[in-house]
Design a binder for this molecule. Sequence first.
Ligand code: HEC
Length: 143
Amino acid sequence: MKRLFGIAAPLALGFFTGCTVPESPERQAELAAFAPVKAVLEQNCVHCHGDQRLSTMPSIHDSKALAALIRQGGWITPGRPEASRLYQVVSFPDQVAGAMPPTGHALRREERQVLREWIQAGAKVPRGPRLRFEPQGELPRSS
Ligand code: HEC
């Protein structure tokens, strides 16, 4: 009986406390560095560039999809924001067809800067478990 308890107690403890596995320090650092980028994409892009594939740009609904987009080349060129289509389209002035987001307001300067610096610094996406990008706020549009 005592022996059984010796096995059951750690298991029970693990069940109650261990449901969420703590993130490694490396993963925590990667998540923290990526958080502003995720926020910009979630507030401005994934409403349209989520699961439904409406564009020539493959969907960016989670971290694995984003990493695949980077590997594909052209859309995001690590170290070179100006050569990255994703950065180019958010930098176009309103009157240029193809400016993103296509409706409503353009990205704020700080939001553009977040994308710029992230690409400049190597466009790192957190490794490990898939990080889902959920649309935040209203779909950006003017009316
Ligand atoms: C309201 C919906 C909507 C939102 C929001 C939106 N897009 Fe788009 N996007 C589209 C549509 C529709 C297309 C396809 C039209 C096209 O390919 O020209 C597109 C195409 C693109 C393309 C490929 C077109 C090209 O010229 O290479 C890129 C890159 C892109 N979007 C990036 C973004 C980024 C980054 C954001 C967020 C800052 C964003 N989009 C927000 C609807 C949207």
